[in-house]
Design a protein. Structure first.
Lengths: 106, 110, 216
C-alpha cells in the first residue's frame, strides 16, 4: 500500500477541501505583469528557453511551506529564476548579486 | 526526418483505466492523484502532444503522445459523491497513463 | 537538492489585502528577484525591453470581451456554432481572426440537460488569450481543490444553483487543451444583434460558474 501522504504532491489538490471560495479579484500590478511577460517571452519562441512544463515543475518543487504562503507570481518568479539558473541561462552568483544591488538601492 | 504515423491506441467510447502509478522523486505529472486507478470512457482523441514529464526537465524533442479526454462518472470517482448520479468529469490524459479497462468493468461513463 | 531557494526568501503570511497593493509600494524580495531576472535577461540579449513592453500590451488587450464575441456569434449563427464545437481554435482563428495562442480550445456547450464548469486542479490553466488573465478565485486553492468533488456546492457559493436533474460536467484542464464554456442563451434575447448579446456574456459564464442573464 503506497504511503499516500508522502507521494501526493502539494499542488495536486483536486478533491481536497481547502475551504469556501472567496470571490476575490485584484487588479494585477506592474511587477506581476512583468513576471508573466518574462515567462511568455521565454516560452513562446521557437527555440524555447523555458517551457511552461518547466515553470510548473519548478513551482511544484518549492518547499511546501513556501508554496502555501507566497503569492501566485511570487511562486512564478521563484520557479523561473531557479530554472534559468539550473539551465545555465543565468548564474546564481550574478542573480544574487543583482538582487543585493537592488535591495541596497531600494 | 518525418514524424511517425499517428496511431492512437484508443478511440472515442473505449473504456479505459488510468494507471494506478504513484511515482516519487523529481517528477512532473499531469495525471491528477484523485483519478489514478479509475475507469472512464474516451470522449475524444485530442491529438499528439509532447510528454510534459519530459518537457518539464528540458527534453523538448521527445516523441509525441496521443492525448485523450476521458469522461468519468463522478459517483465512480468519489465514494461519497453528493450530486446527481449522472454528473461527470472530463480529464485530459496522455496515452502512457491509460490501459484498456478490464472486461466487465462497466463503471465508465456512457 | 530539489530546489534552490535562497535563505533570505521570506515565506511571509499573506495577511494583507491584495486589492490594496499599489505599484509603488515598497519593493520586497520577490519584486527584486523579478527585476534582477528581467534585467539580466535583457542585458544578455535574450529579449529587449521593447519585447517586454509589447508582450505586456499583447496580454493586456485580451479580455472576456474576446470570448463574449465568440459566444454571441455562436448564439446567432448555428453553422458557426457547429464548427466551433467541433474545432474550437481553427474556427475562431479562421472565421473571427481570434488566435487563442494555445494548442486547441475545447468549446463545451451548456444545454437544458448539461451544465459545464472548468477548473485546473494542478495549477491554474486558463484561456488567457480569449478570456484575459484569470481571476484570483480561479487560482485559489479552495476552487482548485473542491470544484472536482463538490461542483454543485462550489457553484452555489457563486450564487449559481443547478437543477438537481441537470447533469453537471466538470472539466479538469490538466494538459494541452484550454476550455470555453458556451453558455445557454437566456430566454427573451432571441433576435438580439450580436453586439447586444455580447454584452451579457460575462467571464464567469464562460468559465461555467454562472449562467447568462438577459439583464446582463
Amino acid at each position: 500500500m503506497p504511503d499516500y501522504d508522502n507521494i501526493r504532491q502539494q499542488h495536486d489538490m483536486g478533491g481536497l477541501d481547502k475551504g469556501p471560495v472567496a470571490p476575490s479579484e485584484h487588479e494585477i500590478v506592474l511587477w506581476e505583469k512583468q513576471v508573466e511577460a518574462t515567462m511568455r517571452l521565454l516560452s513562446m519562441r521557437e527555440d524555447k528557453i523555458v517551457t511552461v512544463d518547466e515553470l510548473r515543475r519548478g513551482i511544484e518543487e518549492l518547499p511546501p511551506e513556501l508554496y502555501d504562503t507566497i503569492g501566485y507570481y511570487e511562486r512564478w518568479i521563484m520557479s523561473l529564476s531557479n530554472i534559468l539558473v539550473e539551465k545555465g541561462v543565468l548564474g546564481r552568483a550574478e542573480l544574487d548579486a543583482r538582487v543585493r544591488d537592488l535591495e541596497a538601492g531600494a | 526526418m518525418s514524424a511517425p504515423p499517428f496511431r492512437p491506441r484508443f478511440g472515442p467510447g473505449d473504456a479505459v483505466t488510468v494507471s494506478a502509478r504513484f511515482p516519487t522523486g523529481r517528477r512532473h505529472l499531469r495525471t491528477p492523484f484523485y483519478i489514478r486507478g479509475k475507469t472512464g470512457a474516451v470522449e475524444r482523441v485530442c491529438g499528439a502532444y509532447r510528454n510534459p514529464e519530459e518537457l518539464a526537465f528540458g527534453t523538448y524533442d521527445g516523441a509525441r503522445l496521443p492525448l485523450y479526454r476521458v469522461r468519468f462518472d463522478q459517483a465512480h470517482v468519489w465514494d461519497d459523491y453528493a450530486g446527481n448520479p449522472a454528473d461527470t468529469i472530463d480529464i485530459e490524459i496522455y496515452e502512457t497513463w491509460l490501459e484498456p479497462a478490464a472486461a466487465g468493468d462497466d463503471s465508465n461513463a456512457a | 537538492m530539489p530546489h534552490d531557494a535562497p535563505e533570505h526568501a521570506p515565506g511571509h503570511a499573506h495577511d494583507h489585502d491584495h486589492a490594496a497593493i499599489e505599484a509603488d509600494e515598497p519593493q520586497g524580495y520577490y519584486q527584486h528577484l523579478a527585476a534582477a531576472t528581467r534585467s539580466l535577461l535583457i542585458e544578455k540579449g535574450v529579449f529587449s525591453a521593447g519585447d517586454m513592453r509589447a508582450m505586456i500590451e499583447k496580454i493586456d488587450e485580451r479580455s472576456p470581451a474576446v470570448g463574449a464575441r465568440i459566444v454571441a456569434r455562436a448564439w446567432t449563427d448555428p453553422d458557426f456554432r457547429e464548427r466551433l464545437l467541433a474545432q474550437g481554435k481553427k474556427t475562431m482563428k479562421e472565421e473571427m481572426d481570434i488566435d487563442p495562442v494555445v494548442a486547441d480550445i475545447v468549446v463545451v456547450e451548456n444545454t437544458a440537460d448539461v451544465h459545464n464548469v472548468v477548473v485546473c486542479t494542478l495549477c491554474s490553466c486558463y484561456p488567457v488569450f480569449i478570456l484575459g488573465r484569470p481571476p484570483d478565485w480561479y487560482k485559489s486553492y479552495a476552487y482548485r481543490s473542491r470544484t472536482v468533488r463538490d461542483p454543485r456546492g462550489v457553484l452555489r457559493e457563486f450564487g449559481t444553483e443547478i437543477d438537481p436533474g441537470r447533469e453537471v460536467r466538470v472539466h479538469d484542464s490538466t494538459a494541452d487543451m484550454r476550455y470555453l464554456v458556451l453558455p445557454m442563451q437566456p430566454e427573451g434575447t432571441e433576435g438580439w444583434p450580436e453586439e447586444k448579446l455580447a454584452v451579457i456574456v460575462t467571464r464567469d459564464t464562460m468559465v461555467g460558474v454562472a449562467e447568462a442573464q438577459a439583464a446582463g
